[in-house]
Every structure is written in structure tokens, then in C-alpha cells.
Write a protein that binds this ligand. Structure first.
Ligand code: PXP
Length: 240
């Protein structure tokens, strides 16, 4: 059995920077640390409202990273043009609404087949591997295959809503079935959203899952495990 890979989403490093409009913390520095920690890929979501990651972050990551860069974005002509300029290894097309706190649901690939097919074709012609972020439903997987996507990312939000992983068994079974269906359709199957230290293992154990994309919980944990050192360094300056 091949082991699942970890894509680390560093959007919320940029969130912390943007709340003060300063130069730190730098997503690039966080990405390098994530690479050192074993990240197999780095993911960023360049949102239309640029609330966290900025275009310059994507360019810097693209120029510097050793692992593949996965760019999440809306399937708009403006974003497709940016992706074709930046040439990340992977693009994951996601639905986007300005008011949402985070990506709330999967793309309705079945309802938007012609527009998505055109965007996917343009990106693929640019040498980019394209994934669609969809709910774990057969109709969405079948539409994704018809559209010509290389991969899907299964939305794990419903699974992650359960705080007790054993209570999430039904959702987990649905994700396993969706993974098998996606693989049978010839798609690479990734998954993500809301994954934490207490609910990721069961998902990683699903046969055929390629990459798990995880952001918020890792950035939150990094703050806690790094706090003692950060205070020690400032304490030394204050007391010097
Ligand atoms: N995958 C996709 C497509 C997303 O939109 C997000 C959130 O930006 C994630 C994974 C990561 O979710 P989380 O930050 O909850 O780990």
C-alpha cells in the first residue's frame, strides 16, 4: 500500500501577516520550515479578495520551493491567466464566495461542466496538473472525469465536523467509496478541509488516497509548539 502524502496549506501564515499589513510572518519562511518537516507539497489559495496569500507570495514560492506548489483558485479567466503565468505544478479549482470564512462546499462540477472543461483544458495545455475540489459524491466524480481533470480533491468538511472520529464512520465510508470510484475513473484522489491531529489518521488509511491537504490545524499547532522559544528569545532581549 502506498502511503498518503501531505500537502501543507500555509494560507493562515499570510492571514496573520495581513491583519497587521506588515512583512511578517513570511509564508515563504513557513513553507521552507514545512519542507524541512517533511511536507510533500505546499498549498496556497490565492483568493479573489486577496485576504491572505498575495500574488507576490505565489511568485516567491514558485521560484524557491523544492516540493511542488499546489495553487488553489477560482475557475475565473483572471485566475487562469495568473496560473498560466506562475506555472505551479498543480492547480486545484475551488468554488469561492467573498463572504465565506473558508471554502464551504465542493465545486458543482456536474452543473458547470462546459466552463470547467474550458478552464481545465487551458491549464493542462500550460503543463499544469488540474484537480477539482468536489464533495465525495459519484455524480461529481463522474463529471470531473468527463471534464478532463487529472485529479479531484474530496471535501472532507462533513467528516471533520464530527469531533469524535468514530462518530464520523459513515462519512469516512463515503470518502473511501468516493476514493475507489475516483480511482476507477482514472483520477488521482486527494482530500482535505478541516483535518486535524485527531481525525487525519483514519482518512490517511483509505486505500488509494494520494495527498491530504491540511492547513489551519498545522498553523495553529505551530503557534503553540513555537511559543516557548519565541518568548524565550524576546525575554533574552528584554533582560539584556
Ligand atoms: N483543501 C481545500 C480545497 C481548501 O480550500 C482548504 C482550505 O483553504 C484546505 C484544503 C485546507 O483546509 P484546512 O485549513 O481546514 O486544513
Amino acid at each position: 500500500m502506498t502511503l498518503a502524502r501531505l500537502g501543507v496549506n500555509i494560507d493562515h501564515v499570510a492571514t496573520l501577516r495581513q491583519v497587521r499589513r506588515v512583512a511578517y510572518p513570511e509564508p515563504l519562511e513557513a513553507a521552507r520550515a514545512a519542507e524541512a518537516g517533511g511536507a510533500d507539497a505546499i498549498t496556497v489559495h490565492l483568493r479573489e479578495d486577496r485576504r491572505h496569500i498575495q500574488d507576490a507570495d505565489v511568485a516567491a514560492l514558485r521560484a524557491t520551493l523544492r516540493v511542488p506548489l499546489n495553487l488553489e483558485m477560482a475557475a475565473t479567466p483572471a485566475m487562469v491567466a495568473i496560473a498560466l503565468r506562475m506555472r505551479p505544478a498543480d492547480v486545484c479549482l475551488v468554488p469561492e464566495r467573498r463572504q465565506e470564512v473558508t471554502t464551504e462546499g465542493g465545486l458543482d462540477a456536474a452543473a458547470h461542466e462546459p466552463a470547467l472543461r474550458a478552464a481545465v483544458a487551458r491549464l493542462k495545455r500550460g503543463g499544469i496538473c488540474v484537480s477539482l475540489f468536489v464533495d465525495p459524491e459519484p455524480v461529481q466524480l463522474e463529471a470531473s472525469a468527463r471534464i478532463g481533470a487529472d485529479a479531484v480533491e474530496l471535501h472532507t468538511g462533513r467528516y471533520a465536523e464530527h469531533s469524535d472520529p468514530s462518530a464520523a464512520a459513515g462519512e469516512l465510508a463515503g470518502l473511501a467509496a468516493a476514493t475507489a470510484r475516483g480511482r476507477a475513473l482514472g483520477l488521482v484522489v486527494n482530500a482535505g478541509h478541516g483535518l486535524r491531529y485527531d481525525n487525519t489518521r483514519a482518512l490517511a488509511a483509505i486505500a488509494g488516497i494520494d495527498t491530504l491537504n491540511i492547513g489551519h490545524s498545522i498553523v495553529a499547532r505551530a503557534l503553540i509548539v513555537g511559543m516557548e522559544r519565541a518568548v524565550r528569545e524576546m525575554r533574552a532581549l528584554v533582560a539584556a
